[in-house]
Ligand binder design. Sequence first.
Ligand SMILES: Cc1ncc(COP(=O)(O)O)c(C=O)c1O
Ligand SMILES: [Zn+2]
Length: 406
Amino acid sequence: MNVAMKYRLRCVHCGKEFSPEPELYTCPDCKDRLGTLEVIYSFSSKTQWIRPENPGIWRYADLLPIREDPLPPHLYVGNTPLIRSEKIERELGIQELWIKDDGKNPTASFKDRASVVAIAKAIEYGYTDIFAASTGNAASSLAGLCAPAGLKAHIYLPATAPEAKIAQLLIYGAEVFAVQGSYDQAFDLSLKEGFQKDWYCRNSAINPYLLEGKKTGTFELIQDLKMHAPDLILVGVGDGTVYSSIHKAVAELFQLNLIDRIPIIVGVQGENANAIRRAFSNGEPYLPADIENATCLADSISVGKPRDVIKACQWAKKHDGFFLTVSDEEIGVSISALARKSGVFAEPAGAIAYAGLKQLKDEGHLNAKARVALMITGNGLKDVRAAKPYLTEKVTPVSVKGIRGA
Ligand SMILES: Cc1ncc(COP(=O)(O)O)c(C=O)c1O
Ligand SMILES: [Zn+2]
């Protein structure tokens, strides 16, 4: 099928539908923030949810906005482990606890799933350069996947981003603009410069295709659970795209009669970076409820002006999802607790899902039959500095005096 016939784009604010075009990112009437676009597929009797012969996440090609002939380059994204933790099941008194360890992606975060689809679209549209504003992971993922695909990545990120994330960019050969300001400011600057230079845009919620790539994390999770969707899925929330992607993935599986119910999806935010929770609590019609100086131990979700806020709120309302907030302290201690119980060392924005689950337990919201999944969206080695203040263990210095040869 011609890729342009496979799907249309619909404005989440005014509902207007558009045929995809290279330079169509957000609704021309409603603009970004309000007028983000959602991909709507024309599923038919020919739609196959899995094409097992395709490599990696391209096995979900029928549910992705990509050209299938030829398939985009295979960049080894996805197929990350799903780990069961009996220790956490016992700790929380629940039936099943599953950890989707997306820190095992090529550049060590969930964002690879989005970048690979952005790269596929850039290639389809004939671009050689892509830009992105990022708290760090979207950037390192774009840089790492552009390199083998032969595209040039141009990155705008806050100068305060963790060192490992900045190092990844330079190692992969991206052009890096370290903005002396917040992620929100880096985002606005990137739009101004990137469009002026006619580069393809990989910014959250501006590019409607990123969310589609992110759906594959949920597809894998549910496929690995033999299509028996969990009751509850928890995930860290910044711009709101990952959160929305989980909803859209389960909605499509439900529409195709592949699952028989929709899980409750819980978005977890930092208490001083909770703009989506605020917007959702304010009720319909959903409008941004931005925060001037958002701060959070989890740098990846330290977002005051979330770009996919409308979609995230609409999906939460539609599927009875909700948002909760946790403190920096709760995030900090959850990193080593999760690592010691499951073997998964998550960056703060990943471990926050576990912190959120503990809060649900403490408030009496979990029942003994609950089957729960945590989306662990980033690897702990990306930001070791954040975890350190919450460790009580210390390194023991040892002298080598007296040892032969010292
Ligand atoms: C590790 C990690 N987790 C969660 C998120 C949140 O994703 P979103 O901004 O789509 O809400 C991000 C975004 O940068 C991230 O890097
Ligand atoms: Zn519109």
